[in-house]
Design a protein around this ligand. Structure first.
Ligand SMILES: C[S@@+](CC[C@H](N)C(=O)[O-])C[C@H]1O[C@@H](n2cnc3c(N)ncnc32)[C@H](O)[C@@H]1O
Length: 359
């Protein structure tokens, strides 16, 4: 049997499962789910073994909101011996295929975290062994994940159990388990800052930062206090209008790059059409936010929008689908072409992040 293993935030396995099942069925690929509750791991067992690779070739990972990373299984769960683990893994893999990189992974749980030392230790001899067996190519650090090539995944469920699989470099996350490790900047006024930092990294290709994320641009931050998101705009050299009835951090106001307006974010309208970025982290009904963001883009008040949509307690996948549909409907009614992507990012909790722009 071939399965797809999907990583998501622990507690969101149901959403991750519902989404892969639905989006695979659009491609006429079917299977059944095995969810590991609160483990952040979902197995989608495919009825047709050829559909594993076909699915990761056809469905862009960027289109999956709740999946951080995925791979197609090459083996079932392998029981590892206490000694000669490397040999056991190499034997299970065979040497028919070659991979450009190796990812040592665990579930994103406390138990999983306690395995990370074990994984780090094993990674060195395993890489060496795989290179010697010509299963891993010698590309090492020069490997460019944007290009074709495949990545070998070893998911350790414990020190004695591993599942092996592969992903396609051009359609998988460049990060282990899809988790970017970002450093909290000590000058930022709130931890929320990491959400916008991750969002820019995830949604905007690095080679476009010079034109889309650069100094001198104007930005509006709705629901800005105390300023974690504004901080990310300011540090990129932008001029920011920050809208919130709450206070902004003094350190940000002292930069001279921030104008703070104490007012309702739903009522603010920019004076000039010179805003590139609209960012919004207001804790508000997602349908209301979705409409507001669409209106800003359709009215030409901004060129790109990055915003959060809060998730309900129940029916989260359905709610997200409805929210995104609201935006699509408004764009379609106005006959505009657009780009719209949504992701449950690592630093998101009970919300997803959405990026939208008209093209
Ligand atoms: C999660 S906090 C924002 C945190 C901020 N992004 C940061 O990184 O520091 C949500 C903010 O939205 C503001 N807010 C909620 N509804 C609003 C509205 N209608 N207009 C303006 N601000 C609003 C709240 O006052 C609160 O400061």
């Amino acid at each position: 049997m071939t399965s797809i293993v999907l990583y998501c935030r622990p507690g969101f396995e149901k959403e991750c499962g519902a989404e892969i099942e639905e989006k695979a069925s659009w491609n006429e690929m079917y299977g059944y789910l095995e969810l590991k509750k609160n483990q952040g791991v979902v197995f989608f067992h495919l009825h047709d073994p050829a559909h594993g690779e076909a699915l990761i070739k056809t469905l862009p990972l960027k289109r999956l909101i709740f999946t951080r990373q995925w791979f197609v299984t090459l083996t079932k769960k392998i029981d590892l011996p206490d000694y000669n683990r490397v040999e056991a893994i190499i034997e299970a893999l065979g040497n028919e295929w070659q991979y450009d990189d190796l990812r040592m992974e665990t579930p994103d749980t406390n138990d999983g975290k306690s395995l990370s030392k074990f994984c780090r230790k094993l990674a060195v001899p395993l890489r060496q062994g795989l290179r010697k067996a010509k299963v891993l190519t010698g590309k090492g650090d020069s490997f460019n994940p944007e290009q074709d090539g495949s990545v070998l995944h070893a998911l350790f469920l414990s020190g004695q159990e591993v599942i092996l699989g592969f992903s396609l470099a051009r359609n998988s996350s460049p990060h282990v388990m899809g988790i970017p490790r970002l450093k909290f900047p000590s000058q930022a006024p709130s931890r929320s800052t990491l959400k916008l930092d991750e969002a820019f990294l995830y949604f905007i290709p690095r080679d476009e930062w010079d034109t889309r994320l650069t100094s001198g641009m104007n930005a509006v931050d709705l629901g800005s206090a105390p300023g974690g998101w504004t901080y990310q705009l300011v540090r990129r050299g932008m001029m920011v209008t920050a809208i919130d009835n709450g206070p902004m951090a003094e350190s940000l106001m002292e930069t001279g790059q921030v104008k703070h307006k104490m007012m309702d974010g739903f009522k603010y309208v920019p004076m000039k059409q010179n805003v590139h970025w609209l960012v919004c982290d207001m804790i508000e009904k997602p349908q209301r936010v979705a409409k507001l963001m669409s209106e800003w883009l359709l009215n030409g008040y901004c060129k790109e929008a990055m915003f959060n949509l809060k998730l309900p307690m129940k029916g989260r996948y359905q709610q997200v689908t409805n929210d995104l549909q609201t935006i699509k409907d408004l764009f379609n009614e106005n006959n505009v072409k657009y780009e719209l992507y949504a992701k449950h990012l690592y630093y998101d909790r009970e919300e997803i992040t959405v990026h939208a722009r008209l093209i």
